[in-house]
Design a protein around this ligand. Structure first.
Ligand SMILES: Nc1nc2c(c(=O)[nH]1)N[C@H]1C(S)=C(S)[C@@H](COP(=O)(O)O)O[C@H]1N2
Ligand SMILES: [Mo]
Length: 391
């Protein structure tokens, strides 16, 4: 039962993770939906929540199989070696994945490798070794479900107990009459059945799952905001009611962002236009209600006001096929330059925002101007804009 839930959680995190990865690192031919505007918010909320759920599920599953991890002799032949190696890879990679993933959501990255690349690569190791694991166990799984059906249909016959070779049957309590129940008991029973009952064990896993999700997922899902006690960010907390990921001090942009001579540079080949903040404010202003949705799971709906990006791009002759290269005033760090595909450029809600929640954009949110677009990862919503370049 834990294995099945864990399998679902892993597939969900894998799918949502792939979506997030390709939004940030697309192949040229990739296009993405820009609606609904909360698409990425939900994707990432589900990704992080399912990832957090993996803690009780994976630790519970490991507890169940723990004695099996230390068999003697450790390897019985080549096939057994392959099987055990894939399980070792699976367990090691999964633990590393969820622990580093959790630390990353708290922006605590004490490991000597790039988080995102490692997280991405490990996800394939995990899904691959999981596929091998399931393939190896397929006969047992098939047999389990066949027996269960027979039992449910009231099928008669001998009480047959199927146990894995290493299970010590003497440790089992007296067997009740139902084949399906007996086998599921063996399947998931802790190896010292006297210590914890099956029901007690599952209740503990269930309660801890509900607790960790309830106390953190309010960062992504508004109805649980009130009990969000442990997530790294809280809705509504921060300047202008929006959390901040990287401050202007950390990004070291204060001086350039507050420079009264700041202009937004629009470029298309040789054509260049420079607009002051006053000139931007003199253009038609559009209001859009869009979330900031961080890869780390937290998100916040906000009201943004500013100039349509497609209108600015058109000033330097961009057309509906044009993508943009977006540059920040920041001088260091991985997100100075980002690219925006044409589907976002063309969306009427994609703005160079000048106001947030009815006030001049706070410097922590990207003053003098920032990009905000529907259904994009927060990390691509560039703050402290410097230039938009048609590519
Ligand atoms: N120039 C720049 N823009 C940036 C960042 C940054 O570090 N530098 N952080 C991004 C990330 S990771 C997120 S989640 C959002 C957060 O926006 P906020 O701080 O206004 O809430 O800004 C994005 N824009
Ligand atoms: Mo972010």
């Amino acid at each position: 039962m834990l294995g099945r839930l864990l399998g679902i959680a892993f597939l969900v995190t894998f799918g949502t993770g792939l979506f997030s990865q390709y939004l940030q690192n697309p192949f040229d031919w990739m296009r993405f939906p820009t609606r609904p505007s909360w698409l990425y918010q939900v994707n990432q909320g589900v990704h992080i929540t399912a990832g957090i759920l993996c803690f009780p599920l994976l630790l519970g599953k490991l507890w169940v199989v723990f004695p099996n991890l230390f068999q003697f002799p450790p390897v019985k032949g080549f096939k057994n070696f392959l099987e055990r190696a894939s399980v070792a890879l699976f367990v090691g990679a999964s633990l590393l994945q969820i622990f580093t993933g959790l630390l990353n959501t708290y922006q605590f990255v004490p490991f000597p490798f790039y988080f995102r690349q490692t997280h991405f690569a490990l996800s394939f190791v995990i899904i691959g070794s999981l596929a091998i694991h399931i393939a190896v166990k397929l006969p047992i799984i098939a047999r389990y479900w066949t027996k269960k059906r027979t039992a449910a249909a009231g099928g008669e016959g001998e009480l047959e107990v199927f146990v894995e070779p290493d299970t010590r049957a003497t440790h089992l309590p007296p067997l009740p009459g139902l084949t399906g129940r007996v086998m599921s008991y063996i399947d998931s029973a802790p190896r010292s059945p006297a210590a914890v009952s099956r029901r007690g064990f599952l209740t503990a896993i269930g309660l801890s799952s509900v607790t960790v999700v309830a106390l953190t997922s309010g960062q992504s899902f508004a109805p649980l905001d009130a009990v969000n006690l442990f997530a790294p960010r809280k809705k509504g907390f921060g300047p202008q009611g929006v959390p901040v990921n990287r401050t202007s001090a950390e990004a070291n942009v204060g001086q350039r962002a507050n420079d009264p001579n700041w202009t937004l540079i629009l470029r298309n080949g040789a054509a260049t236009v420079a607009l002051t903040r006053a000139e931007l404010l003199a253009m038609p202003q559009v209001t859009a209600s869009l979330p900031i949705a961080c890869v780390q799971g937290w998100s916040q709906q906000a009201t943004w006001r500013g100039v349509r990006v497609r209108e600015l791009a058109a000033l330097v002759g961009a057309n509906s096929e044009s993508s943009l290269r977006i540059t920040s005033l920041e001088q260091q760090g991985p997100y100075i330059v980002t690219q925006m595909g044409r589907e976002y450029v063309q969306d009427p809600d994609t703005l160079v925002a000048l106001e947030l929640n009815g006030q001049t954009l706070d410097i922590e949110h990207g003053y003098p101007a920032r990009v905000i677009a529907p259904a994009r990862p927060g990390v691509l919503q560039t703050k402290w804009l410097s230039s938009l370049e048609v590519i």
